[in-house]
Unconditional design. Structure first.
Length: 81
């Protein structure tokens, strides 16, 4: 069974203040207090999901391109015969 890992991030004071303003705004919008760690975790997980989707999409597009090229070559061969 895998264990959860902790990560640490260094931010400048200015960036931390900006992050806190964003989290405060999100908390007010949601109507409940959001912990910094919860907000950052959700942000990271959302980014990971988005990135994995982009990778899958890239692979799918590449495979489709290869198939189109293969089909195009086969059509050309069939026309020549």
């Amino acid at each position: 069974m895998t264990r959860d890992k902790k990560i640490q991030v260094l931010l400048s004071s200015e960036d931390e203040q900006k992050l806190n303003r964003i989290i405060t705004s999100a908390s007010m919008h949601e109507g409940k207090l959001i912990a910094t760690s919860t907000y950052v975790r959700d942000l990271i997980l959302h980014h990971i999901a988005q990135y994995e989707g982009e990778q899958t999409s890239f692979v799918n597009e590449h495979v489709k391109k290869i198939l189109r090229e293969y089909q195009s070559k086969n059509k050309s061969k069939n026309m020549l015969q």
